[in-house]
Design a protein around this ligand. Sequence first.
Ligand code: AKG
Ligand code: FE2
Length: 207
Amino acid sequence: MVEIVEVPVYEKIISDLLEKQYSIIEDFFDLPEVAQLRNSLWEKFEEDNFKKAAIGNRTNELIEKSIRGDFILWLNESEAREAEKTFFRKINDFVEYLNRTCYLGILHKEFHYALYPEGTFYKRHLDTFQNDDRRKLSLVCYLNEQDWKPEYGGELVIYKNENGNEVETTIYPFPGRVVIFESQILEHEVKPVKTERLSITGWLKTR
Ligand SMILES: O=C(O)CCC(=O)C(=O)O
Ligand SMILES: [Fe+2]
């Protein structure tokens, strides 16, 4: 019998998810890790590797600027550089824990960098609108500078139905912060961004 050593931060995420379908974790990544990932994002952006994000599934993409205006680059774990290796080490550790303790059966994952230029947003949506019901959990990791201010906009707003009433939760994209939520349940949006907003977004999938 393999003994399971409880990891408090993971236990908190799991109980949050059970209780309210989302969890906000401060300092999931420390500031040096965030800075490394941010540098890596900028390098790749300057190499012109980012594409305008689309809606629809990957084979049937439609660029619709009235819905989302971010630029993305999918991460390839097998080609990860140092910063991304650290990123995947942490994510994989969390996924292994989830699979060991919750029987969620996460088999796949996909992550992309995202850059929202000034003036862009992502209208209210469900992450499974892309016809992908394998997406179980959405994860967003913010890579903004340490002095990020609320007036920069770009809040993530999560909508929840509580006893027939809609409740909004506003989450600022502070560096190191990670938001995890049920992909198939919670609608959300990114409010208009007033200064560039950087992140990694991804999904843990069941098959
Ligand atoms: O960046 C965020 O806060 C959320 C992004 C998002 O909803 C998405 O990419 O599907
Ligand atoms: Fe989303």
